[in-house]
Structures are given as structure tokens and as C-alpha cells.
Ligand binder design. Structure first.
Ligand SMILES: NC(=O)c1ccc[n+]([C@@H]2O[C@H](COP(=O)([O-])OP(=O)(O)OC[C@H]3O[C@@H](n4cnc5c(N)ncnc54)[C@H](OP(=O)(O)O)[C@@H]3O)[C@@H](O)[C@H]2O)c1
Length: 306
């Protein structure tokens, strides 16, 4: 079976192997034929950290070729979206049925593969402070993989959405998705105050975002692209009793499939439009990884398999 493994001696540290073992599903696992995968920024770090022969790949869409033996999950031939712990950049994968969700006909494999980690991060981070109907929400790094979903989901949830982007040329995308205002920094004291901030950027952006919180507001910190932030309680002076939540998309684990189903349904009915920056064959996966490292891909990087 074909698939990617880490190999420090190969170009880009990734080898396209043709001798991987066929997956052998246990009772609660379905066998999926993979049709499209996506790359997440966090996986770029993992590729550098892991040992030789590690099998990457978490976001994928495909078709069930053998349903789970215990009768759970979708039947043979169902088009699905899935989140894996790894080994997703392969022709086939066995996955527990609680991380597999069926796809509406309207959702392509490429759109579906764009959903899992970025979509779950946005959906679940927007829930950390309770209902967002009528609340003011700030999304930082807003034109990234997570950010573009967060803008759309926050608007669908009835929030007033502001966005921070890395540069002026990123602003039109955030505006088109419905964020207003869209800014490149958080210096303007008229911004907010925000009930909820979703922060991908960290560093000075996180520190400034805390200064724009409403009293009792919440910042969900899920990335630190700009490095560590140096914080003290004084940063919270304008927002007494505000909270900072360290957010991880994978929790709670047992409802990932349910949340994937929500993302797929919202994509099917047009409320969520994955912003896909790049679609290539998976034979060009290494070049896509490099393009992501150079910040040349805007939105999700998707690869078709087979
Ligand atoms: N905790 C979790 O569970 C979880 C889940 C998913 C992702 N993450 C992390 O969250 C972060 C974002 O993930 P992603 O998939 O959205 O990444 P992404 O697609 O690369 O998007 C990152 C966005 O942030 C912007 N950005 C980068 N550096 C910036 C800076 N110094 N100031 C302002 N904006 C900046 C980028 O701008 P450009 O367009 O200019 O590059 C891009 O729009 C990553 O660190 C990732 O590892 C964590």
C-alpha cells in the first residue's frame, strides 16, 4: 500500500512508500479508502519532531470499503469525513467509527478533507464560553485554516465578529467572510470589548487581545505562531474576572464524530464554505508542505489521493 512516512534522508523529510502494510481493522473500526487529505500547520511541527517511519496525516475524506464488524458506523460505500491520530496520508486506513461522519452528497471529498482539525478547532473553541448569540467575538489569525472557519461559524451562531489578520492583503478575505471590522493590529482602543477571543497568534497579539476583553470575557488560546506572550494580572485590568482557556481541539474525544457531522452538514447546506488555498495530487505533498512553511498557502491545503 502507498503512503507517506517520515524519513530524515528523503527530500523534505518525507518518503512516499509503496510497501506499507494493509490496515487490519478491529471490531469497532471501519476500513476507509482515502480520496483526499489535508495538511495542518501543527503537522508541520510534528513532521520535524517525530522519528523515522512515523506515519503522518490526520484530516481525510474517503469511502467506507468495509464497515465495522460490530455494526457501528456507516455502511459500505458511504462517503465519509474522518479525523485520525496519524497514518491518514495513505491509500487506506482503519478508523474507530466514532471519528467517522457521513458526507452529504453536496460536499466534495476535497471540501470534506479541509474540515476536520481546523473545523473542530473553530467549532469547539467557539463553545468554550457558552452561547455566542449576540456576543462580540474576535478571531485572530483570521484568514488561516482555523480562522476562516471560526469567522463563518461565529456568524452562523449569531455573534458580531471582528477579525485580526497578518497583513493588509489578507483583509479582503476576512471581510468577504463577513468579519467587521478587520484589523492588522489591536491598538485601536475602540475595538471590542470582546466577550470571546479565539487566538491563534499568541505573543504580542494575545497580550493585546486580553486588553480588549470585556469584564468576565474569555480568551481561548490555541496557537502561538508569534511566540510566547509575557503576561501579568495587569493585562486583565480592563476585564476583571476574565478567563484564559488553553484550548485543544481533540477534547472531548468521544464527540469528535458528532461534531464532524455538524461541520459536514453545514458545508452541505452552504452555511460553511471551506476556504481551500491549494488542491494538488498527493504526489505533490512534499511541495505543498514547503509552500505552507513559506506561508504561501492561504486557507486549507488539500491533496487528492489516487
Ligand atoms: N490547540 C489546538 O487544538 C490547535 C488546533 C489547530 C491548530 N492549532 C494551532 O493554531 C495555529 C493556527 O493554525 P491554522 O491551521 O489556522 O494555521 P494557518 O492555516 O497557518 O493559519 C495561521 C494564520 O495566522 C496568521 N499569522 C501567522 N503569524 C502571524 C502573526 N505573527 N501575526 C498575525 N497573524 C499571523 C497567518 O497569516 P499568513 O496568511 O500571513 O500566513 C494565517 O492567516 C497553529 O499554531 C496551529 O498549530 C492548534
Amino acid at each position: 500500500m502507498h503512503g507517506y512516512v517520515t524519513d530524515p534522508d528523503a527530500p523534505g523529510g518525507l518518503r512516499f512508500a509503496d510497501d506499507l502494510p494493509e490496515p487490519t481493522p478491529v471490531d469497532d473500526e471501519a476500513l476507509i479508502e482515502v480520496r483526499a487529505v489535508a495538511i495542518n500547520r501543527g503537522e508541520l511541527f510534528l513532521l520535524q519532531l517525530r522519528d523515522r517511519d512515523w506515519r503522518p496525516g490526520q484530516d481525510l475524506a474517503g469511502v467506507v470499503v468495509r464497515p465495522a464488524a460490530d455494526g457501528s458506523g456507516p455502511g459500505e460505500g458511504t462517503r465519509v469525513v474522518c479525523i485520525a491520530e496519524g497514518a491518514g496520508w495513505s491509500e487506506r486506513i482503519a478508523l474507530p467509527t466514532d471519528v467517522v461522519a457521513p458526507l452529504p452528497d453536496e460536499v466534495s471529498f476535497e471540501q470534506a478533507a479541509a474540515l476536520p482539525i481546523a473545523g473542530l478547532t473553530a467549532l469547539r473553541a467557539l463553545r468554550v464560553a457558552g452561547p455566542i448569540l449576540g456576543r462580540r467575538v474576535l478571531i485572530t489569525g483570521a484568514t488561516g485554516g482555523v480562522g476562516q472557519f471560526a469567522i463563518q461559524l461565529a456568524l452562523a451562531g449569531g455573534a458580531e465578529v471582528s477579525a485580526q489578520v497578518s497583513a493588509e492583503d489578507r483583509a479582503p478575505l476576512a471581510s468577504r467572510l463577513g468579519a467587521d471590522p478587520v484589523v492588522t493590529d489591536l491598538d485601536d482602543e475602540g475595538l471590542g470589548p470582546f466577550d470571546l477571543v479565539l487566538d491563534a497568534v499568541g505573543g504580542p497579539v494575545l497580550k493585546a487581545a486580553i486588553g480588549r476583553l470585556a469584564p468576565g470575557g474569555t480568551v481561548a488560546t490555541y496557537g502561538n505562531l508569534a511566540g510566547e506572550a509575557s503576561l501579568s494580572f495587569r493585562d486583565f485590568a480592563a476585564a476583571p474576572l476574565a478567563k484564559m482557556v488553553g484550548f485543544f481541539h481533540a477534547h472531548p474525544q468521544e464527540t469528535r464524530g458528532e461534531d464532524l457531522r455538524t461541520l459536514a452538514r453545514m458545508t452541505g447546506d452552504g452555511r460553511l464554505v471551506p476556504q481551500i488555498g491549494s488542491v494538488r495530487s498527493w504526489e505533490e505533498l512534499r511541495g505543498t508542505v514547503e509552500a505552507m512553511r513559506e506561508r504561501e498557502v492561504r486557507g486549507r491545503a488539500v491533496l487528492t489521493v489516487g
